[in-house]
Design a protein around this ligand. Structure first.
Ligand code: FAD
Length: 360
């Protein structure tokens, strides 16, 4: 989110310094689906998506029942995280973003006049100042913690793990395979690569456990694991605000619920863009309302899916319902992605209006 926000800021002529604690390209666990809003923001910022396969929609599999829903609006894409980070960095450098790796933000003091930062770097402790500090520092955000914005989670803990497999994708859908203890998200990443992300309750689910949970899926992939397994969590992070004098939060740092809907990048990118637009217009105080509106559909649909994940019997009934009434699934996906179904799909368009959070 830091790079996306920095690119957006350079596009409106602001000077930006990006501090990244990692010495190498930071690549985190991700299902690697770019939902329609994420694609739209990347296109707006001039980030190339050449070669990123289009995703048709979402397909749920649960004990022999299958339900599918297509994406509406801009086509969703798949792009492995490493490639996404490389493309973002390339675009940021093209726009002369000052990007410093191995720079760890340690502390800051902020007021409405600006912010003083203390950063540890290979050259020693660095002090610098800025008009605004944007905390885009992920799930365990130092900036959120130092602002005192942390809130306890509302849901039982959940974790994510992810791995790539070298094999030809068998479909252009993001498949979600449900199990009582976990869900597997399968993303077709390219001609010879499939990504699998597993989300689980209580503790991270090791990749050695996947075959017992998803035997059919894993038998297709068994011979071809590649790259190391990445993990993340606990996923839910709550923040009591996204703006303080001289400081704003974006992305997971601003609060995150779960990866079930694959919307993390989309809502984070969109809020990074909104933040820059408000800052440039001298209306920073309006950013929290933008943030709330951008995340409302994501929170609503993720809450529904979390309830499904916790209650296998309800979930099975719900997936049978979605399988029988695809327009309902289409409307739910539209609420999650923030992309209304076309008016020609009248049932789905009506359900979308009923299910959308007010004010979005
Ligand atoms: C298993 C899993 C699957 C997912 N699948 C999808 C999906 O398919 N589609 C989707 O859109 N989203 C998905 N998400 C969510 C998505 O990955 C996140 O929402 C997104 O990565 C958030 O980006 P971010 O920039 O806010 O945080 P991060 O990607 O975590 O980046 C934070 C950066 O800040 C740096 N940093 C941290 N602290 C400091 C410090 N003190 N000083 C300097 N730098 C610091 C870190 O090194 C890191 O590079 C998934 C998440 C998980 C866990």
């Amino acid at each position: 989110m830091g790079l996306v926000t920095a690119i957006a800021a350079r596009q409106v002529g602001l000077r930006v310094l990006v501090l990244e604690q990692s010495a190498s390209l930071p690549v985190k666990a991700c299902g690697e689906g770019l939902m329609p809003r994420a694609v739209a923001v990347l296109q707006h910022l001039g980030v190339s998506l050449d070669g990123a396969p289009e995703l048709a929609g979402i397909r749920f599999h649960d004990r022999g029942t299958t339900a599918t829903a297509r994406f509406h609006g801009t086509a969703a894409r798949a792009l492995c995280r490493q490639e996404l980070m490389e493309r973002l960095e390339r675009r940021a450098r093209e726009l002369q973003v000052d990007l410093r790796r191995a720079h760890n933000l340690r502390d800051f003091s902020a007021s409405s006049a600006g912010v003083q930062l203390r950063v540890s770097s290979p050259g020693g402790l660095l002090e610098c100042s800025a008009r605004l500090l944007i905390g885009a520092d992920g799930l365990r955000s130092t900036v959120r913690r130092k602002l005192g914005f942390e809130l306890p989670p509302r849901h039982p803990l959940r974790f994510g793990t992810q791995r790539h497999y070298r094999c030809t994708p068998w479909s252009s859908w993001v498949e979600v395979h449900w199990h009582a203890h976990a869900e597997a998200y399968v993303t077709p990443l390219g001609a010879d690569r499939v990504g699998v992300a597993v989300l689980s309750h209580r503790r991270a689910c090791k990749s050695e456990e996947w075959p017992a949970l998803f035997p059919e899926l894993m038998s297709r992939l068994a011979a071809s694991p590649c790259e190391r397994v990445r993990g993340a969590g606990p996923l839910e992070q709550r923040s009591c605000g996204v703006l303080a004098p001289g400081v704003a939060l974006v992305g997971d740092a601003a609060g995150y619920l779960d990866a079930l809907t694959g919307e993390g990048l989309a809502v984070g990118f969109a809020s990074g863009l909104a933040l820059v637009q408000r800052f440039a217009a001298g209306q920073l105080w309006r950013y929290p309302e933008d943030h709330r509106a951008l995340l409302a559909g994501y929170y609503r649909s993720t809450e529904v899916l979390l309830a499904c994940a916790r209650h296998p019997r309800w979930r099975h009934l719900a997936i049978r319902l979605l399988s029988r009434y695809p327009q309902l699934f289409s409307a739910l996906l539209a609420v999650s992605t923030g992309c209304p179904p076309p008016p020609t799909s009248r049932g789905a368009a009506l359900l979308y209006r009923l299910l959308s959070p007010r004010g979005t």
